[in-house]
Design a protein around this ligand. Structure first.
Ligand SMILES: Nc1nc2c(ncn2[C@@H]2O[C@H](COP(=O)(O)OP(=O)(O)OP(=O)(O)O)[C@@H](O)[C@H]2O)c(=O)[nH]1
Ligand SMILES: [Mg+2]
Ligand SMILES: [Zn+2]
Length: 320
């Protein structure tokens, strides 16, 4: 065998196969080799966005390879998932990597149809801040169907806490130019609930893409989980964008309940002013966060998101 080592970027993953865009301009379908294959049993050692080194294996059926090295990740967007089976060893929870090395995450919601899932939005924003991603953007799509002033008022708290908020319509091609600017030259990811228009926005940004989109279910007003695979799409303007399947919920990975308040940008500034050091901001006397909620400086919905997420983290700890 006369293998040659190449390096490249994982742009697609389907059940143990990785499509790697290599420096030679070709895409190779790769498997993991040896040690990596073993490690892949318990963690996502390779994912879209990873830079890898692989051996090209000459093969008449096409370009095939074997990945032998994954470069250290600069950033990771991931969420906690329960491990399946109960063999006793290892963590009950592991990190599912949505994308490796993203420069920017775009949390996508629709203004209506389906209605915004604020608890999910707040979770994804906290995950993005915990991951220390250089850029976090909130996209509010389907503005063509909504009462603009009302929607902007509902998302005002997010602008105040310094998230970039983009109001778009994939259908009417509104706000697309601004998105293009934000995407320029970066590796970005679209994430959010099903049916909010992640794929439609991507198709609007790059019209020749033709990725499938499907109508939201009429009677439940919910997305139907059209996108099943995670792919990195190379943008003509430069950069890559990942279209990912819609998610129902997202749990934080590797965050202690006590540190959660640090990942809520509106809550964090008050934390040091609570009477108790270990204040959970739930019902403690002298809690500066609760006072701020009363004064409408922190929105009640955000506070509720925080409490729900904190309770979930505490329960996960107790389950050990
Ligand atoms: N009116 C309107 N409809 C939109 C807009 N964007 C998307 N849609 C519609 O919403 C439905 C869902 O869009 P998708 O792009 O498939 O949503 P998605 O977020 O990719 O959903 P999953 O792949 O299931 O996660 C489709 O019927 C789209 O045509 C928009 O800006 N306005
Ligand atoms: Mg989709
Ligand atoms: Zn407090």
């Amino acid at each position: 065998m006369c293998d040659t080592a190449l390096s490249g970027l994982i742009v697609k993953e389907v059940s143990g196969f990785y499509w790697v865009e290599a420096g030679d301009g070709h895409t190779y379908r790769c498997r993991l080799r040896g040690r990596l294959l073993e490690a892949a049993q318990s963690s996502d050692v390779a994912a879209i966005g990873d830079r890898v080194r692989f051996d090209a294996v000459p093969d008449e059926t096409g370009r095939i390879g074997a990945i032998f090295e994954v470069e250290p990740r600069r950033t990771v967007l991931g969420r906690a998932v329960r491990t399946e089976g109960s063999r006793g060893a290892g963590d009950p929870v592991r990190q599912h990597v949505i994308i490796a090395n993203p420069d920017a995450v775009f949390v996508v919601t629709s203004a209506v149809k389906p209605a915004p899932d604020f608890p999910l939005i707040d979770r994804l924003l906290a995950i993005a801040d915990h991951a220390e991603l250089p850029e976090v953007v909130l996209i509010v799509n389907k503005m063509d169907l909504a009462d603009e002033a009302k929607v902007i008022a509902r998302f005002l708290p997010y602008e105040k806490m310094n998230y970039t908020v983009c109001y778009t319509s994939a259908e009417k091609r509104l706000g697309i130019e601004r998105l293009r600017e934000l995407l320029d030259g970066k590796i970005s990811v679209f994430t959010g609930a099903s049916g909010v228009g992640k794929t439609s926005l991507l198709n609007a940004i790059q019209p020749d893409l033709g990725r499938a989109v499907k109508e939201v279910s009429g009677w439940r007003d919910e997305g139907v989980h059209t996108t099943r695979d995670s792919v990195l799409v190379r943008l003509e303007q430069g950069g890559y964008i990942a279209d990912t399947p819609g998610i129902r919920s997202a749990a934080l990975y590797d965050v202690e309940p006590e540190e959660l308040d640090g990942y809520f940008r509106d809550i964090a500034p008050y934390v040091g002013r609570c009477r108790f050091n270990d204040c959970a901001h739930q019902d403690e006397p002298g809690c500066a966060v609760i006072d701020a909620v009363r004064r409408h400086e922190i929105s009640r919905a955000r506070w509720r998101s925080y409490l729900a997420l904190r309770e979930e983290l505490t329960k996960a700890l107790e389950a050990y």
